[in-house]
Design a protein around this ligand. Sequence first.
Ligand code: GLU
Length: 297
Amino acid sequence: MEDIYQEILPFASKGKQADYIPALAKVNPDQFGMCLETVSGEVYPFRQADTRFSIQSITKVFALAMSLSLKGEALWKRVGKEPSGTSFNSLVQLEVEKGIPRNPFINAGAIVIADILMTELDDPEKEFLDFIRALAGNDTIDYNMEVALSEREKGYLNAAIANMLKYHGTIDNDIEDVLMFYFKMCSVEMTCRELASAFIAFTNACPFDFAGYKLSPSQIKRMNAVMQTCGFYDEAGEFSYLVGLPGKSGVGGGIVAIYPMRYAVAVWSPRLNSKGNSVMGMKALELLTTATQESIF
Ligand code: GLU
């Protein structure tokens, strides 16, 4: 990891943090953390592996896991599983495809998943947090209300997406409530160490049974497939090409990648490229799979 860090240092000032969410614009952009956890429990933290940050879209993996556990294959009637090739907050496809989002990892898809969880659960906000806490084995993980409210205040595009979904009948609950739940899910803060630990559950190395939510090895395989093809917005092909692992990024600058049956690795650095993915994070993972000469391909 030290070798990787030295090699990516020339990129340390490239890109900028997500300033369309005012609370994230305040984050010090010059930070870097990484943590790899193996399925046998060895943990390799590096630099700021224990600093919490806004997980943003990484939360969509947790939301998908819960909804897949609740709804099974019927879930795919409400949301697709094809790569979008468009940005995370694009409205264009949604209009053409009459309110059925391409996949659960673009904003439109995750807003539908939020709606499903609100319909299915008695206390969705509490149960969502309970699920993440169980995955990471840490009861202190929480929402950051400042980030959630700041995103709500400026969340014009997501509000447009939610309105279009409602118009097409894809979401059932009140738009304001669904959006607020979605923003809260995105505002969850975790460290690289906690994310790597939580994502071990998606390596398929042990039975998936957390806070009452179960997934079969086949369902986990399918979740990894969706991460591989849709986890990086319109850069999913690039991440696949450079890194060769399934994963998910967020505009907080975090990326988590999975080597099935081997390890989960989380990396964080707030400066993003034009597609909304961490510049140093992508580089670090590319070098990791290059140096180890191991990827799923
Ligand atoms: N909360 C962010 C949004 O809706 C999540 C996007 C992301 O992390 O890619 O814009």
